[in-house]
Design a protein around this ligand. Structure first.
Ligand SMILES: [Zn+2]
Length: 392
């Protein structure tokens, strides 16, 4: 365990748990607390504000005279984590998989890639991170005193010795085959390359089994931090499985399959007043309404907003209640792309266009329902073209 190799103090205790690396294949917007500190190969590098709190904690907690030393060490470790994440991103780039950004958190780094890579690419992208730590460790080995390491003489460890061990720990921990960590992705990608069915499900089950073993070991060794890590990975694996299966189903359908078509929708024109819209809102169960200017959707208004502002803004045009512009998507795009766009924009609805003209809307909750029902429908023999009946 890396813990043994590090000498005393808060920094060391903390760093023994710094082993997380996650490649997010979802296209989530970054947190407002993730401060941009630079750009490498066109990829924005962010540091989460809590990381600065961590540095403060280490400086205040360090023994006198050690504060600067500890801070430098932590920064060096995070440089290694950054190289690990950049390695993922650069290999991704070779496969035309974009990385939206890299964010460093106190628990490690996250590289957010914008699409699910094909198996072979996922295998190499996932391996790149741990391999980069092995390479760093290999370079540092020239300055390492192997005797000190073998004897586990903690007091005699130099900064280079500690950095060497931390890199070995980063590589070893991340290659444990547990989703959503690198090793779990390597396992899933390998199963996919070998054309094994239900690769994600198998990889998730292996991950969860390992997590249970890890949790058991944590209880036995009385290591609460290890127990928490096992807990986080367990649910991370579960989430990854659900996400991957939804994406697997979504890829088989188009936006047009899951959208609510224009003819089944109530909508307003830009000249509708709030009071007139209220009458519609009180007689329909539709939770949101497109606002049209000719054949173009200029906004979406939610029923709750109409109800909230009906008393004070009854004579105003309905357009005054709309939020930011609603993103659009073509009716023939795969449904999985719609998921990405919704996650990217953080919205709950997309305007669907056919040949550039308004054709319907796609509501996030309804897409989830659609996939759930479709998954169930696939298991029952029924007419392929059985129509969906309820609009919303
Ligand atoms: Zn990694």
């Amino acid at each position: 365990m890396p813990r043994v190799m590090l000498s005393g103090g808060d920094a060391h205790r903390y760093l023994s748990t710094l082993n997380q690396c996650t490649i997010l294949s979802m296209n989530r917007s970054h947190s407002p607390w993730a401060l941009r500190v630079g750009t490498v190969a066109g990829i924005p590098i962010r540091v989460h504000a809590t990381f600065l709190l961590l540095l403060l904690w280490l400086v205040l907690g360090a023994e006198s005279g050690q504060a600067l030393h500890e801070t430098v060490f932590v920064i060096l470790v995070f440089m290694c984590v950054l190289i690990h994440e950049i390695s993922h991103a650069l290999v991704g780039k070779r496969f035309a998989i974009q990385t939206r950004d890299i964010t460093l958190y106190p628990f490690g780094g996250i590289a957010s890639i914008v699409a699910q890579p094909p198996p072979k690419a996922e295998l190499l992208i996932s391996l790149a991170g741990p391999v980069s730590n092995i390479v760093i460790a290999g370079i540092l080995y020239a300055w390492v005193n192997p005797e000190t390491l073998i004897k586990q003489d903690l007091a005699a460890l130099t900064t280079v010795d500690r950095l060497f061990m931390t890199n070995i720990a980063l590589a070893v921990f991340n290659i444990i085959p547990a989703l959503p960590m690198d090793g779990g992705r390597v396992l899933r990608a390998t199963l996919n390359v070998l054309k094994v069915k239900h690769a994600t499900r198998i990889a998730a089950r292996v991950s969860q089994g390992l997590c249970l073993l890890m949790a058991g070991a944590a209880i036995y060794a009385q290591q609460p931090m290890l127990f928490i890590i096992a807990f986080i990975i367990f649910f991370g694996a579960l989430q990854e499985q659900v996400r991957s299966e939804a994406r697997g189903i979504a890829i088989a359908y188009t936006v047009g399959d899951a959208m609510i078509p224009r003819e089944r929708l109530e909508f307003f024109t830009h000249g509708t007043t709030v009071s007139k819209a209220l009458r519609t809102a009180l007689t329909s169960l539709q939770p949101l309404y497109p606002i049209l200017l000719g054949d173009r959707v200029i906004g979406i208004v939610f029923r709750d907003d109409i109800l909230e502002h009906a008393a004070t803004q009854s004579d105003e045009y309905i357009g005054s209640l709309t939020g930011p512009e609603v993103p659009t998507i073509d009716v023939n795009e795969p449904l999985s792309t719609a998921f990405t766009t919704l996650e990217d924009t953080g919205g709950s609805v997309l305007v669907v266009l056919r040949d550039g003209a308004f054709s319907g809307i796609l509501v996030h909750d309804r897409v989830s329902d659609f996939l759930l029902m479709q998954g169930i429908r696939d298991r029952y023999p029924m007419d392929e073209d059985a129509e969906w009946t309820t609009p919303l």
